[in-house]
Design a protein around this ligand. Structure first.
Ligand code: HEM
Length: 436
């Protein structure tokens, strides 16, 4: 790999990596949260200790906010953006070398809508938004149900399986892949690229992980451009074909959008399903309640999203001097906002560490973020979550965890790499129920 890429890694991740390590050694709890083993496996006790230090705190790495009110107001405030306006993290000389590296289209760099501010953000988001309205998503219900049922039918008869590999990752990848017009046979490729690229969301990843992610991005970029060329010649009935035919976005922007939708479409929902299995399997009384009151399933999904969010955190940068949570921030200050922290704020959620599928205000969680970057796929994720988890526990009523759970070694995306279960006896298929 060319030296420019090493410089990109050094300025974006290498410097923060060493800063996080040094801060963790000096006892900085936030550094431990984003860079230590605790942040990966069980971040919640550490988050609670940090909450005690105030709604917005200066850590050695960045400002950090854990309370619902502060997190929500920052996400909704147009004086904050997702781009760093001052570019203070990269010295000028390095910036020049860094810019010389060709960056393949990818979800975490412009023009991906996730990391750009208005007015470009509006231009990139608007054409995609119509495919994800609650109405458009309801129309996908039959498809989600069919995929779920087929996957459950295919689970092994010996009753043991890793549910991440055999089910939780398969439902969302099948749906988003079809929505974007990719052949089913390429789903494994996307799972592999996604796995290699997701570390990019974390702070201070290793050169090895960065190189792996960049390699995957390069291959995926080539694949997406070839796919877009095919759709240009022979459009189908999918979101990408619609975007290609309107002609508003060039190929680079189209490829960035496709890679974002692919990544966001399954790398998060897999964790909703996986984390949901763990919550329900370890809280049999909540599962019993869902059996008695199946109309609670949609609320149970909100509670799973609240208590163990697949995306733990995001960040914003102050675009001007601004006061928030009683603290004066200078333009250019970066604030890491903890969605997981907001979701367990005792000022909003009574007894926040308790998993309660009947919790009345579970939906006030911030797991899908808020403001202009609020998750475009929230309705789809909710629908997939209800179908997948309800059908799984109805088909396999005795399902139980079986052996050690392995976390993904990531801080931003929270979920399991492997989820071994014993399925127990297989109940007959039930008549599909409406999900909301
Ligand atoms: C449980 C599943 C999901 C979770 C927890 C989740 C979470 C999030 C979060 C937290 C953000 C905003 C980040 C920020 O504010 O900086 C986001 C943005 C986004 N999500 Fe999701 N997501 C999920 C599923 C999906 C699905 C299924 C799709 C679509 C296929 C999707 C597409 C997007 C897109 C396109 C954005 C960028 C929106 C923008 O920047 O304007 N997500 N998601």
């Amino acid at each position: 790999m060319k030296p420019q890429y090493w410089f990109r890694w050094f300025s974006e991740h290498g410097v923060p990596r060493y800063a996080v390590r040094a801060a963790a050694k000096q006892g900085d709890r936030f550094a431990e949260l984003v860079g230590g083993p605790t942040g990966v496996s069980d971040p919640y006790p550490l988050i609670e200790r940090m909450r005690g230090d105030g709604p917005l705190q200066r850590t050695r790495i960045a400002w950090a906010g854990f309370d619902h009110d502060v997190v929500r107001s920052i996400l909704r405030d147009s004086r904050f953006g997702v781009r760093n306006p001052v570019g203070f993290t990269t010295p000028r000389a390095l910036q020049w070398i860094k810019d010389a590296a060709h960056v393949p289209a990818n979800p975490v760099e412009p023009p991906s809508m996730l990391v750009i501010d208005p007015p470009e953000h509006t231009r990139m988001r608007k054409p995609v938004a119509s495919a994800f309205t609650p109405r458009a998503v309801r129309k996908l219900g039959d498809r989600v149900e069919k995929v779920t049922v087929e996957l459950l039918d295919g689970l092994p008869d010996d009753g043991r399986t890793d549910l991440i590999a055999s089910f939780a990752s398969r439902v969302p990848i099948a749906i988003i892949s079809e929505m974007l017009g990719f052949p089913d046979s390429d789903q494994d490729l996307f799972l592999e690229w996604g796995d290699r690229m997701t570390p990019l969301l974390d702070i201070g990843i290793s050169w090895r992980d960065y190189r792996g992610a960049f390699g995957a991005m390069n291959v995926m970029d080539g694949y997406l451009r070839a796919h877009i060329a095919k759709l240009r010649a022979n459009p189908g009935d999918d979101i990408l074909s619609t975007l290609v035919s309107t002609g508003d976005l060039d190929d680079y922007a189209l490829a960035a959008t496709a890679s974002l939708l692919m990544g966001a479409g399954f790398e998060t929902t897999v964790n909703l399903i996986g984390n949901g299995v763990v919550q329900l399997a370890t809280h049999p009384e909540q599962l019993a309640r869902l059996r008695a009151e199946p109309e609670l399933w949609p609320n149970a999904i909100e509670e799973i999203l609240r208590i163990d969010p697949p995306v733990q955190t995001t960040a914003r940068t102050a675009l001007e001097d601004v006061e928030v949570g009683g603290v004066q921030l200078r333009a250019g200050a970066t604030v890491v906002v903890s969605l997981a922290g907001a979701n367990r704020d005792p000022a909003v959620f009574t007894d926040p560490d308790r998993f309660d599928v009947g919790r009345e205000n579970a939906r006030e969680h911030l797991t899908f973020s808020n403001g202009i970057h609020v998750c475009l796929g929230a309705s789809l994720a909710r629908m997939e979550g209800v179908f997948a988890l309800r059908s799984l526990f109805e088909r396999f009523p005795d399902l139980a965890l079986d052996g050690a759970l392995r976390h993904r070694q990531l801080y931003t995306l929270h979920g399991y790499r492997a989820l071994p279960v014993r399925l127990g006896h297989r109940a007959p298929r039930t008549v599909p129920q409406p999900v909301s």
